[in-house]
Ligand binder design. Sequence first.
Ligand SMILES: [Zn+2]
Length: 506
Amino acid sequence: MSGGGESLLIRGAHVLTMDDAGRQWPRADVVIEDGIIAAVGPDAAAGWPRSFARTLDGVGLLAMPGLINAHFHSPGNLLKGSLDGLPLELFMLYEVPPLADRGSAGRIGYVGTMLGALEMLRRGITAVHDDAFHVPVATVDSVDAIMRAYADAGIRATVAIDQPNIVEYDKYPYLRELLPPTVMRAMDAAPRQTTAELLELYDHLIDRWHGAERGRLRAAVSCSAPQRVTQDYFAALSRLSREHDLPFNIHILETKLQRVLGREKFGKSLVRYVHDLGLLDERMMVIHAIWVDDDDIRLLAEAGCTVAHNPVCNLRLGSGIMPYYRMRGAGVPLCLGTDEATVDDSINLWFVGKTAALLHTIANPEYRDWPSATEVLHALTRGGARALRQEGHLGQIAAGAAADLALLDLDTAAFTPLNDLERQLVFCEDGSSVRYTIVAGRVVFANGRITTVDEKALRAEARTLMAEQRAVLTRATDEARRLEPYYRDMYLRAAKEDVGLDRWAH
Ligand SMILES: [Zn+2]
């Protein structure tokens, strides 16, 4: 064995491979060496030339690829349940207040990131694509706090720096007319990072962390959304993405207001805007893509983008329904994400899969086209792998792929009696049947316990840290309340516009 990774045998499990052939065995072995799946199949371990550092008895367990949470923002981790449902523009006002420091640096960043990672590992989510924002500015310390947490937690993480660099009122339509001059001056004075400063942080993220922990940690880039960054920064991020083959996180047309904004500010849809800049490409993971028209969908398909669908978040924020059938018809590949813990407060990707399977039935009477369990499972595993630029390496149990697995107890309510495994995974399982989570060949969760860190101590620290932050959070909420009337006017005005399409259910 080379490279220091432990060898592990999972013996006699029911194996759902999610491989190209869709193979499934009621009883098979998974052989893991050095973080990689060395062999899989019935009796794969028989006569294996080397002994194993550890053997797990897989009888009665299902071994499947770990789920991949394709869209997430770790800085929301400590704020679950803190807001009622609100439209995105009002939600962001409270969540990322434009005129206040929410206090996300230092230990808060580490502990918050960690708790989210552990919550995911407990549910068999082995990889996360984190579009991490920093309030009010990103620093080497705030980036490192997040990366160190992922290193220590043991989850696989691909992380971007999501830092808009446009003045707040220019990210939206109408605000220049609606806001009083004093507020606009305060927004002008709020900290914003230059392209050079942000690119320096990206150099740090890539040099220090891209490929760290034997490839378990990786970098991505993010512009947050096209309307939130300057064009020179946007183009520089695209260059970085090409140079290092990094996934590019970009929120496009999550809301109707953003469709209005595209028209008002750029005279075109935001998808077409990105396309016309020459930046739409196959490394882009387009997040949400709800208020897209057929021309947008064609451009996404032609460019080879993956779309990250976050149905629980979309419902929580009343964003509307992603045009699932048009997307599928055009051949746009999908992955699934929870989005942040303030909009999918349980970080439960199982529930996201079930919601994806259910939501789109209301948009189409042709029941034969409704999302199937197989399709949803594919989006939860291989779809995420594609978005991470790790197709073939993640999202399946196959020789040569990364050993990222979830082992589920089949002796639970979800699988009793076992009628159809894939349907029961999507419609019955909520993550509570997960007994072991394995990332890069390492058992990081076993029988109800995280093996990498002291989870109880971290939860206690989170409570203390948040109690200390109370005054800062209250100030931020007060700031948001003061601005809410202007944002509400803007939101209602955009809601009334005719944009030629409708993604709300009536
Ligand atoms: Zn997001």
